[in-house]
Design a binder for this molecule. Sequence first.
Ligand SMILES: Cc1cc2nc3c(=O)[nH]c(=O)nc-3n(C[C@H](O)[C@H](O)[C@H](O)COP(=O)(O)OP(=O)(O)OC[C@H]3O[C@@H](n4cnc5c(N)ncnc54)[C@H](O)[C@@H]3O)c2cc1C
Length: 403
Amino acid sequence: MTLPAPTRAAALARLEAFAPAMGRAYAATRNHDRGPGDRSNVSLLSPHVRHRLVTEEELVAAALARHAPAACAKFVEEVFWRSYWKGWLEQRPSVWTAYRARVAEAVAGLRTEGGLRRAYEDAVSGRTGIACFDSWARELVETGYLHNHTRMWFASIWTFTLRLPWVLGADFTYRHFADGDPASNTLSWRWVAGLHTRGKHYLARAANIAEYTGGRFDPRGELDEHAPPLEEEPPGPALPLPPSDPAPEGEVALLVTEEDCLAETLLLGRARVVAVAAVTCTAARSPLPVGSVPERFAEGAVEDGCARAAAAFGAPAERLERFDAVADWAAASGARTLVTAYAPVGPVAEALDRVEQALAARGIRLLRVRRAWDDAVWPHATRGFFQLKDRIPAILRTFGRAV
Ligand SMILES: Cc1cc2nc3c(=O)[nH]c(=O)nc-3n(C[C@H](O)[C@H](O)[C@H](O)COP(=O)(O)OP(=O)(O)OC[C@H]3O[C@@H](n4cnc5c(N)ncnc54)[C@H](O)[C@@H]3O)c2cc1C
């Protein structure tokens, strides 16, 4: 299996090709993992949405253009899951901070605890003896993708059968998914563990795996199907969303990051873009090495995004090697404002915080422009997904979609 190329053109081509399958066929077949040789029942677009080579709004619009709202409701709902996780984490940033601290501790533990290290290495290199799990561990590293149902089984077996720390599993998938996302990944692992909806965990069952892999795997007798959910201190209540910056004015430098490679559609008010640059920080996903598939995907995505933005604004483009180089590049552009798409909780937001300080020292301000989609959805992601689900028709109406 090969993912569509990390470009907007490839994303739009896949969107067009998959749109006819976003209706009842998607609802009926999406849970089947037919193996890496047949991904025709899912869009494979998550790496592109995650880097915003294509937007959530465009996915939903494509579905509604081809299907009646009831027919494509499942597909639309899945897209909203992505925005739900984003908004939820944005309002509970301490969950991310705690996760990062736990990953650092657990990685340190791998150096000192021989038993943990051996079990971990068996898991990540596909040597546990559980055939389905071993096959998925290799598939993940080779392709940068796993089917959604398989991600659930994988996280569940890791946590409840292998009894490895869930944060190490989340770190492993975050390092290798081409769509690796702080919110969707961390919070889905928490959901499987029973930490999101407290006390409700997801237990992988052999019969379910046999059914939904079409009999390719049958781990009967190999899984712990009775483990209790994990327990941890619950996170505090939701914090208010950070405010969005105002639209820029005057001459601005524009920075494309791996969070949003569609800068030419940001609302830039009356600003005039005089320079465009692209930068990634994929390596900051983890203290451990990040896979080559996600690294190449992010590289390709920002380069594509930078080239399109430069062409749209008629400005010169530059590829920066590190976030540390951003402030000097912005200063050299002559602009007094640096604009970038709002980066939700995660390594890019953390890198931008550091850039903001370096820019301030040069008298340049940083503006982070948030998309209308995020402003519309995130405020409803304070509790469970089903509170947001009820709001989907009203949200879509504000985007001019009759549902
Ligand atoms: C343990 C675990 C870890 C995950 N980690 C990530 C991650 O790092 N990044 C990521 O983008 N998704 C993650 N997901 C969610 C989901 O598995 C993927 O988004 C989905 O498999 C992507 O494949 P697709 O584009 O072919 O999906 P499709 O079935 O075609 O879905 C269409 C779009 O809807 C969104 N979507 C679908 N299912 C989900 C879901 N359950 N949660 C959130 N959004 C969804 C995606 O943007 C996807 O592109 C994770 C799920 C689990 C259980």
